[in-house]
Ligand binder design. Structure first.
Ligand code: SF4
Length: 76
């Protein structure tokens, strides 16, 4: 499972970092500081919750089979 983040669309409200500052680090201006990451075993739930916390829906959950499970109407 992977997380992909449309970083350029981040509005910097830090909801993701409030779920996990380790998975969703912010830069000095409060915007997301990663384009995404491979989700480590045991952190899947945190990663999914972080994705769902983003009101902009720019945190995309990509499953191992390549399908997108979040956001529901994801752009490909
Ligand atoms: S929740 Fe979304 S918009 Fe807010 S800081 Fe995180 S990635 Fe950016």
């Amino acid at each position: 499972m992977k997380i992909r983040i449309e970083r350029g669309a981040c509005v910097g409200n830090a909801r993701c970092a409030a779920i996990s500052n380790d998975l969703f680090p912010l830069d000095d201006d409060g915007y997301i500081a990663t384009d995404g990451f491979e989700v480590a075993a045991g952190t899947e739930k945190l990663a999914r919750n972080g994705a769902k916390s983003c009101p902009e829906r720019i945190i995309v959950v990509v499953e191992d089979d390549g399908t997108t499970s979040w956001p529901p109407a994801a752009r490909s």
